[in-house]
Structures are given as structure tokens and as C-alpha cells.
Design a protein around this ligand. Structure first.
Ligand code: ATP
Length: 353
């Protein structure tokens, strides 16, 4: 049995089912993100684990104990919210000590633990500051320290970075991940930001309409999306229509070119997804499928050159690395593009392998 087991979890508000048969085993020390668009039910799942919402059905077990009937403060969980939710009238040290005080921890132990927590989040010496004297990023670190001070079994993070500006968001997410690893604390992180989820998670759960569409390691989710929704929600995707020429051998045609997907197909038309980095300008390798098109626009971004093109009648985007000795391609010219058949994501009628 996993450390945290969520089984057949459902939640309805009135007649609307917002979480549907949600199953997720999480190992001890694992960092799992719930990723999905607004309203897909991520926060509701998190709130059920925390005990702020009661499931309509299903079970949640932490370390073998069913917690559904327990109140939030009986669950041994730490939580950090999007809005920092610090007590404005308490100092940093008092905020961090809050849960310890509620638990009746002795003053000397409390002081030692607060000092340890402030060291952990890199805010030593900030003990006597009030929240309004801190930046957003610092406030969120204090919120994290407050959540961790009571040594919870599980850490729940509900979009903790979304109120921060882009640069702090990136540095704080690394910091959170680093602290999480050091403490080896089992963590669920809710976000609608796919880059955030991919960059710091052991596993990602992509949610859509209350359902977990795919659960997997970041590279699996990105490279082998199991549904069209996952393929389009995570990362940038070019869509190209293909004709199926032979179902049994998986032979397909795009424009005037043909290729084999090397496996049987079940429909006569397919939508193929191609990641921008899987599409190459020119002919790359022998086994590649070559497509004809034209370069519409070229954006020189420094290390990367982003090309907008039309391939097989579809608008697509591809990225190539800058080579200092080679000028970027000119827009308005006909060109060949190549893609490795294994990099084609089959989205319609077929699931990707
Ligand atoms: P966001 O990223 O916008 O926070 P989310 O994926 O976290 O979205 P939830 O907050 O879990 O989504 O909400 C899922 C659905 O449940 C939404 O349609 C929301 O309106 C609805 N919902 C959430 N809480 C309640 C409630 N207390 N009463 C009625 N409906 C609710």
C-alpha cells in the first residue's frame, strides 16, 4: 500500500459532479502535481485531502489510516495557499510558531524549532518582522515554514506561487522542491502552470473535467500524452491532418508525402501532433518523414530561432537552435521540413503508444 492512497474519490456540489472517480496512490516523499485548467477540480481534490471538503464517496488513507472522518487539524497535514494567509498581527516567528503553540509545544522547543525553520527557508534574522514588511516571496516562504513547523506527514500546496511575479516564481519553486527533497515530505502541489508542474514534480496528474486524464512522470506526460486533451494542454503542439493509406501497416499520407507509423490504425483519418522541437527545417536523418511547406515568419530569439511555417496546409511552429556562423532562414521561401515518425503523436481515433 502507498503512503497516501486516494481511491474512487468523488465530489458533487448539488447535482454537479466536480471530481469523478479520482484514484491516486502517492509514495512517501513523492512530489505530485495536480495540473489542469481552471475549474477542473484540482483544488477540490486537495481540499478533500486536507479535510476542508467532505468527499461524496471514496477513501483517503494516509500511512494506512482512513482520514475522511477526521477534522483538518487531526490529519497531520501542512497546507500553503495561494494568498499567503499569514496572521498580519503576528511576527514572522509568531506565525511560524503558531501551530506548535496550538499543539502545546514548550516555549524552548518552539523557539528552537522556529529558528530551524527560518534557517530552512533562508529567513534567519527576520523573526520580529511583520508580514507587511516582507515581499510576496518572503511571505510565502514564511507560510511554508509555518506549514512545516509541526512536522506534518503530508504537505499540500494550493497554487502557492501564482500571486508572485515570474522571476520569483521560478526561484521559489526550485527552493520549495529543494526543501521538500531535504525533508522527504510527501507533497501534493496544485497548479494550472504546465511548465511549473513539469519542472518540479516526480509525477504529474493532468485533470480535465474532474477526471484524472493521465498520471505519469513529466517526460511521459509530455512525450507520450494518452489523450488529445493532455497533448494540447501540456506544451505547445502543432496539429496536422493525415490520411490513412493502409490501416494494417499504419501507412499514412500527409500532403504528397507518405510514411509508416509501424503499427495498425483503426480509422481512415488522423490528427497528428508534432512538438515544435520535433519538426526540423530541412532534411535531418534518413528515417525522417519529409514534408513540404513554406516559411512564413522568423523570430530570432537569441539561442533559439522560432519559425512560423505552413506545412501540409496547416500553420505550424518550430524552434531551431541558433548557429553563430549561419544566418537565420528568410521568411517567404518554400522549404522542406522533417519529422521522425516516432515523434508523431497520434491524436484521433488512435491513442499514442
Ligand atoms: P482553479 O484553478 O480555478 O482554482 P480548480 O481546478 O482548482 O480551479 P476547483 O476549485 O476544484 O477547480 O472547482 C471545481 C468545480 O467545482 C468548479 O466548477 C467550481 O465552480 C466548483 N466548486 C468548487 N467549490 C464549490 C462549492 N463550494 N460549491 C459549489 N461549487 C463549487
Amino acid at each position: 500500500m502507498s503512503f497516501l492512497e486516494i481511491e474512487h474519490l468523488e465530489k458533487s456540489f448539488g447535482s454537479v459532479r466536480v471530481v469523478k472517480d479520482f484514484n491516486l496512490p502517492i509514495e512517501k516523499g513523492e512530489f505530485v502535481s495536480l495540473l489542469g485548467p481552471s475549474g477542473c477540480g484540482k483544488t477540490t481534490v486537495l481540499r478533500m485531502v486536507a479535510g476542508f471538503e467532505t468527499p461524496s464517496t471514496g477513501s483517503i488513507r494516509i500511512d494506512g489510516r482512513d482520514v475522511v472522518s477526521l477534522r483538518p487539524n487531526q490529519r497531520n497535514i501542512g497546507m500553503v495557499f495561494q494568498s499567503y494567509a499569514l496572521f498580519p498581527n503576528l511576527t514572522v516567528a509568531q506565525n511560524v510558531a503558531f501551530g506548535l503553540k496550538v499543539k502545546g509545544v514548550k516555549v524552548a522547543d518552539r523557539t528552537a524549532r522556529v529558528a530551524e525553520m527560518l534557517r530552512l527557508i533562508g529567513l534567519e534574522g527576520y523573526d520580529d518582522r511583520y508580514p507587511f514588511q516582507l515581499s510576496g516571496g518572503q511571505q510565502q516562504r514564511v507560510a511554508l515554514a509555518r506549514a512545516l513547523a509541526v512536522q506534518p506527514q503530508v504537505l499540500l500546496l494550493d497554487e502557492p506561487l501564482s500571486a508572485l511575479d515570474a522571476k520569483i516564481r521560478v526561484s521559489l519553486r526550485e527552493e520549495i522542491r529543494d526543501i521538500q527533497r531535504r525533508l522527504a515530505i510527501t507533497t501534493i502541489f496544485v497548479t494550472h502552470d504546465q511548465e511549473e508542474a513539469l519542472s518540479i514534480s516526480d509525477r504529474v496528474v493532468v485533470m480535465n473535467g474532474g477526471v484524472a486524464e493521465q498520471v505519469g512522470q513529466p517526460f511521459e506526460i509530455y512525450n507520450r500524452p494518452s489523450t488529445r486533451f493532455v497533448a494540447e494542454f501540456v506544451g505547445t503542439l502543432n496539429l496536422i491532418e493525415a490520411r490513412v493509406l493502409d490501416r494494417d501497416s499504419g501507412r499514412i499520407g500527409i500532403g504528397s508525402r507518405e510514411a509508416s507509423l509501424g503499427r495498425p490504425l483503426t480509422s481512415d483519418r488522423l490528427t497528428l501532433g508534432i512538438r515544435p522541437e520535433a519538426l526540423t527545417l530541412g532534411r535531418a536523418a534518413d528515417r525522417d518523414m519529409v514534408l513540404e511547406g513554406r516559411i512564413d515568419d522568423v523570430h530570432f530569439l537569441g539561442s533559439v530561432i522560432r519559425i512560423q511555417a505552413t506545412v501540409a496546409g496547416e500553420r505550424v511552429m518550430l524552434d531551431t537552435f541558433n548557429r553563430p556562423g549561419t544566418p537565420p532562414p528568410a521568411p517567404g521561401q518554400a522549404a522542406e521540413f522533417s519529422v521522425h515518425p516516432e515523434d508523431l503523436l497520434v491524436l484521433e481515433g488512435e491513442r499514442s503508444p
